[in-house]
Unconditional design. Sequence first.
Length: 161
Amino acid sequence: MAPSASNSGNADSGTNATGPLPQLPDWVAWLQAGLTALLAVLFLVMLGKARVQAERIEELQERVQGLENSRALERTTGLEQQLRSTVERLQALERSSARIDVLSAENSALRGELRHCAAAPPALRCPPVHARKRRPVSMPNRPHQPQGVLPHPHRRCAPER
């Protein structure tokens, strides 16, 4: 296998086995420049769209955050209203409890008075009618009673035997 003349010349000079490259036409250089410019423009368009998309994502994130804050505010407002309502009910309950305490003390005093009346001798339980003082008093919550007559304070006492 003898080396060919074209092969031996290429090995010595370091050129391609097929020979020197032919000169490219001028339009290829223009095509190469056009494609490079097109790639640069496409890169810039992609970069612009990426920025716009990033801004849009940031805007949407802000809107989502605003909605979450709005919902949290609504929940907080609802909880505040529930708390106010609970405080009002608690205050009403405390007032009722205080009234119950007052009424219980009054009830205990009246029971003590009843025991005292029951333990008193019969002559002292209910004084005679002529000994009662007549003062004008209007009592609209009581059944029909003559005007100007004050009920006897010991009327709840047991009758004489």
